[in-house]
Design a protein around this ligand. Structure first.
Ligand code: BES
Ligand code: ZN
Length: 621
C-alpha cells in the first residue's frame, strides 16, 4: 500500500470513529430521562429539570405567609431557560450559585397557576428563588389556636396533591418529575414542624427544624405541618404525631400499623422509606388521609375509639408502593395511583382481619362506585380509567372511578390469573418501576408482556381503561355479613320487628354503615325517631355513621338531628362528608337557607380544597 492510500485509510477510520462516537452521544441523549408531557404544568423538564430542592423558609403566623428561598439544582437537558410553576407567589429575585442576578419573567396562566421563566447562563447549575406566598395560598390552611383541639397555639398544614404545591414553593409541579429535597424551616419556638421527610421527635428551643428527603419524590408529595405537636412511638418503624390532647387516643387507634407495614411488605416487597409515621391533623383537614412519604397526614375523624376506620391507614400506607414508588406520570393516569392502592389496601386488611372483613369493604366500595357513575352519567368520559383533564382542574377528575373501578379492574385480573401469579406480577411491577413514573399506556404494555401474554382468553383491557361505565364481567362482591344486615333492615322496614329488637350486638361500623345506606330515602319522622332512640345515630361519635345518618335526616327533614349536624359541619372539613350533605341541603329552599347560615360559620375552618367544592354547590361568592 502506498502512502496515499494509508492516509486515506487513516482519515476514513477516524471519520468512522467520529461518526460512531456521535452516534453514541445521540444514543445517550435518547436514553436521557424523557419526562411525560403534563398539560397542568409550565415546566419543561426535558429542557431543564430541577432535580434537587433546598428550601430555607420562615413560617409567619402573624401574616399567614411563608417566605424565604427555594434553591433548585438543575439538570441541563439542552435548554437555556428553566420554567417553574407558581400560584399567588411574589418573586423578590433570582440569583445563580455565585449570587449573580438572573433575569426572570412571569407568564400568566389561569387561576390554577402561572409560569416562572428564568434565563440561564451557560454555567448556571443552581437557581435561588427568593419569594413569599400569598396569605390565601391554596395549599395552606392557617388555623388560630381556637380552631385547634388544645387551643395552645396556631396550626398550619399544607396539601399538595394535585397541583397545589406551587402555591407555597416555586416548583416544577408535575408528577412526571421526581426531586429530592432538604429544608430548613423556622417556626415560633412553642411549635414543632414536620415534613414528608426525616422528622424531629421533640420540639427544640430555636424553632428551627431541618429535614431531608433523600429518595426522589414527585413534587405533590412535599408537605409541611406546624403546630403544638407531640410524638409517640407505636412500633419499631411506626409512630404518631398529634396535638398532646389527641396523642393517646391516636396511639390506641393505630396500634396495628406496624402489623400493616409487615403485611404490606410480605405482599409486595420491602418498604423503601425507612419510617412510617402518621400525623393526626385538626378536623379541618380536607381529606381522610394523604400519603405524604414517611408521614401520612390523617383526619382525626378516623379515630372512632374502636379501631374500625383504620383501613384508611392501610390505604395511605399502600401508597408507599403505588403512588409514591411508582407514580402516575400525569393526572390523566391518576387511577394508577388510586386503583392500585385500593386493591393493595384491601389485601392488607384481608391479611390482618380476614376475608369477611375485606368483603364488607369491597361491597361498600361498589356502592360508592355505582353512586358515582349515576352522578357522572353512564356514558361520561369521566368514568374512563384513563382521563382527559386538559384545560380542567385535575381535582375534577379525582372521583371514585379511579379508586373503585380501578380496584375492580385489578381484582378482575387477579381472578383471571389466580392470586399467586397476580401477586408475583405486582411485586415485580413495583420493584422494576420503583422511583419511576408510569403512564397508562406503559402499564398496558407491561401488563401485556408480563401477565397476559400466556393467557388464551384475554380480558378486554381496552374496554376497562378507555370505555365508560363498568364492564359486565366485573367481579361481584358478596358479603355474608351484609346479607344479615339486609335481613335485619327488611324485618324492620316491613314492621316485622321493632328497631330495638334487631340483633345488632356484633355489628361493626361497616355493618351500621351498610344498614343506614340501605334505608329508603324520606323515612317518616316516627321511623327516624325509632331508629335514633334505639341506636343513638344523631349523637354518634363515629364520623362515617354520623355523615350517612345526616343525609337521611335532611331527606326526612328530621329536625332533631340538625343541631348535631350543624356542629359536625362547622367542625369537620373533610370534603367527602361535606359534599353530599351540602348537596342534599341545597335541594330545598328551606334547607339551602339553613346550609348557608351554617356555611358562613364553618367556612373559615375549611381548606381551599373543600371551599372550592362547597362554594360551587351553594353558589357562594
Ligand atoms: N391521595 C389521596 C387524597 C387525594 C386525592 C388528595 C386526590 C388530592 C387529590 C388519598 O390517598 C386518598 O385517597 N384519601 C382518601 C382515603 C381513602 C381510604 C379512599 C380520602 O381522603 O378519603
Ligand atoms: Zn389514595
Amino acid at each position: 500500500m502506498n502512502r496515499f492510500y494509508i492516509v486515506i485509510f487513516a482519515l476514513l477510520a477516524t471519520a468512522c470513529q467520529e461518526t460512531d462516537s456521535e452516534q453514541n452521544k445521540s444514543d445517550q441523549k435518547m436514553e436521557k430521562p424523557q419526562y411525560a408531557q403534563d398539560s397542568h404544568s409550565f415546566s419543561k423538564p426535558n429542557e431543564v429539570a430541577a432535580t434537587h430542592l433546598s428550601l430555607d423558609v420562615e413560617v409567619d403566623f402573624d401574616n399567614s405567609v411563608i417566605s424565604g428561598t427555594a434553591t433548585h439544582r438543575l439538570e441541563r437537558n439542552g435548554g437555556n431557560s428553566v420554567f417553574f410553576d407558581i400560584r399567588g407567589l411574589t418573586i423578590h429575585g433570582v440569583t445563580d450559585q455565585d449570587g449573580d442576578t438572573l433575569n426572570f419573567s412571569i407568564t400568566r396562566g389561569n387561576k390554577r397557576g402561572d409560569g416562572l421563566g428564568i434565563a440561564l447562563n451557560e454555567s448556571t447549575a443552581e437557581v435561588n428563588i427568593n419569594y413569599v406566598t400569598s396569605s390565601d395560598a391554596a395549599a395552606l390552611l392557617w388555623l388560630n389556636p381556637e380552631q385547634t383541639l388544645g387551643k395552645t397555639g396556631p396550626f398550619l398544614f399544607t396539601q399538595g396533591q394535585a397541583i397545589l404545591t406551587r402555591s407555597w414553593v416555586p416548583i416544577q409541579d408535575t408528577p412526571a418529575l421526581r426531586i429530592t429535597y432538604d429544608a430548613n424551616v423556622k417556626v415560633p419556638s412553642n411549635l414543632m414542624a414536620v415534613m414528608s421527610a426525616t422528622n424531629p421527635t421533640s420540639k427544640n428551643q430555636s424553632g428551627i427544624y431541618s429535614f431531608r428527603m433523600d429518595q426522589p419524590i414527585p413534587p405533590y408529595l412535599m408537605a409541611l405541618a406546624v403546630g403544638d405537636l407531640k410524638f409517640e412511638e407505636v412500633g419499631k418503624r411506626t409512630g404518631v404525631y398529634a396535638e398532646p390532647a389527641m396523642l393517646e387516643k391516636a396511639v390506641y387507634e393505630f396500634a396495628d400499623v406496624e402489623k400493616m407495614l409487615i403485611a404490606a411488605e410480605d405482599l409486595y416487597g420491602p418498604y423503601k422509606w425507612d419510617r412510617y409515621d402518621i400525623l393526626v391533623l385538626p378536623p379541618s383537614f380536607p381529606f381522610g388521609g394523604m400519603e405524604n412519604p414517611r408521614l401520612t397526614f390523617a383526619t382525626p375523624t378516623i379515630i372512632a375509639g374502636d379501631r374500625s376506620l383504620t383501613s384508611l391507614i392501610a390505604h395511605e400506607l399502600a401508597h408507599s408502593w403505588s403512588g409514591n414508588l411508582v407514580t402516575n406520570a400525569t393526572w390523566d393516569d391518576f387511577w394508577l395511583n388510586e386503583g392500585f392502592t385500593v386493591y393493595f389496601e384491601k389485601r392488607i386488611m384481608e391479611a390482618l382481619y380476614g376475608k369477611d372483613y375485606a368483603e364488607m369493604l369491597n361491597q361498600l366500595g361498589l356502592q360508592d362506585l355505582k353512586h358515582t357513575i349515576d352522578d357522572l352519567g353512564e356514558t361520561s368520559p369521566d368514568t374512563h380509567l384513563k382521563l382527559d383533564l386538559e384545560g380542567r382542574d385535575p381535582d375534577a377528575g379525582m372521583t371514585d372511578i379511579a379508586y373503585e373501578k380501578g380496584f375492580l379492574f385489578l381484582r378482575m385480573l387477579e381472578e383471571k390469573v389466580g392470586r399467586e401469579r397476580f401477586d408475583k406480577f405486582l411485586r415485580n411491577y413495583f420493584s422494576e418501576n420503583a422511583f419511576k413514573t408510569m403512564t397508562t399506556e406503559r402499564f398496558i404494555a407491561y401488563l401485556g408482556e408480563n401477565l397476559l401474554s400466556e393467557l388464551d382468553e384475554k380480558p378486554d383491557v381496552h374496554e376497562w381503561i378507555f370505555q365508560p361505565g363498568i364492564p359486565d364481567n366485573f367481579p361481584k362482591p358478596n358479603s355474608s355479613l351484609f346479607a344479615k344486615v339486609d335481613e335485619a333492615r327488611e324485618a324492620w322496614l316491613s314492621g316485622e320487628k321493632a328497631a330495638s329488637k334487631l340483633e345488632t350486638k356484633d355489628w361493626s361500623t361497616h355493618e351500621w354503615l351498610y344498614f343506614i345506606r340501605g334505608l329508603e330515602g324520606g323515612l317518616s319522622i316516627s321511623k327516624m325517631s325509632e331508629l335514633d332512640a334505639a341506636f343513638g345515630f344523631t349523637e354518634t361519635g363515629n364520623s362515617e355513621i354520623a355523615a350517612a345518618w345526616y343525609e337521611h335526616a335532611i331527606q326526612s327533614n328530621y329536625r332533631k338531628a340538625f343541631p348535631a349536624m350543624e356542629e359536625f359541619l362547622v367542625s369537620v372539613g373533610r370534603r367527602k362528608f361535606l359534599e353530599p350533605l351540602y348537596q342534599k341541603l341545597s335541594e330545598t329552599d328551606e334547607h339551602l337557607k339553613w346550609a348557608k347560615e351554617v356555611y358562613e360559620k364553618a367556612r373559615p375552618n375549611y381548606h381551599s380544597v373543600s371551599t372550592q367544592t362547597i362554594d360551587e354547590i351553594l353558589k357562594w361568592s
